[in-house]
Design a protein around this ligand. Sequence first.
Ligand SMILES: N/C(=N\S(N)(=O)=O)N1CCCC1
Ligand SMILES: [Zn+2]
Length: 261
Amino acid sequence: SIRNTFCLVCQGPPVWHKNYPVAQGNRQSPIDIIPHQTSHDPGLGPITLNYDQCTSINITNNGHSVVVEFEDPDDRSVILGGPLDNPYRLKQFHFHWGGKGCHGSEHTVSGNSYASELHLVHWNAVKYKTFGEAATAPDGLAVLGIFLETGDDHRWLHMITDALYMVKFKGSVTDFKAFNPKCLLPSSLHYWTYLGSLTTPPLHESVIWIVLKEPIIVSEKQVHVFRMLLFTGEEEDERIRMENNFRPPQPLKGRKVRSSN
Ligand SMILES: N/C(=N\S(N)(=O)=O)N1CCCC1
Ligand SMILES: [Zn+2]
């Protein structure tokens, strides 16, 4: 079995197309965003994040990333506005990061990558009955991407990094209640948006991407804590450090990237 889908030694992005031909599709993610080639669309309104009734449940190591999952029985945490025709319900958030000193974001800006990238995954619960159904629909998911740039400590990211020792091994999970990801947002919600895909298998072309222009600042030490996580499970004799779990930019294939103001 593919032990982990990022590890270059095992089975990395270059071979995903064998099992997932959509990897070579026309709306794959991530992409390199070139700001002066994006089109400013005055019809693009601001996005709104209604996260106040947030109900995080747990934090887990799924063998590809560390994921904070949310209860989603109703529209208590939603993203709306911008390019979205409906409110999209928060399902989970997770991160992508690099190895020591190298970069780790998935989207790049004029070829430049950041140390890490946070993805807040939402689904269109107005049109679809389940997340799984939405995940295969062209307008099923909306992922908010936030860049993490190294600099000073981020006071709230500690709440995440302090919990990582509990989910070191693939398949581990621990309680993680009442965390509101609003504390991980930058001051500006200006964004780029384009039609793309999941960046890990099954790579469904079901994501409306909303990538914030302003990164949040976290310390190198905080990013380094993510690297204590393992791709491997407790029962495996070999321990493979979880790092470089990012897919490189994919061909734009003629897509337009729009910019909020
Ligand atoms: N690849 C993914 N999200 S991402 N990296 O495209 O935001 N997911 C796989 C299943 C649920 C979310
Ligand atoms: Zn992601």
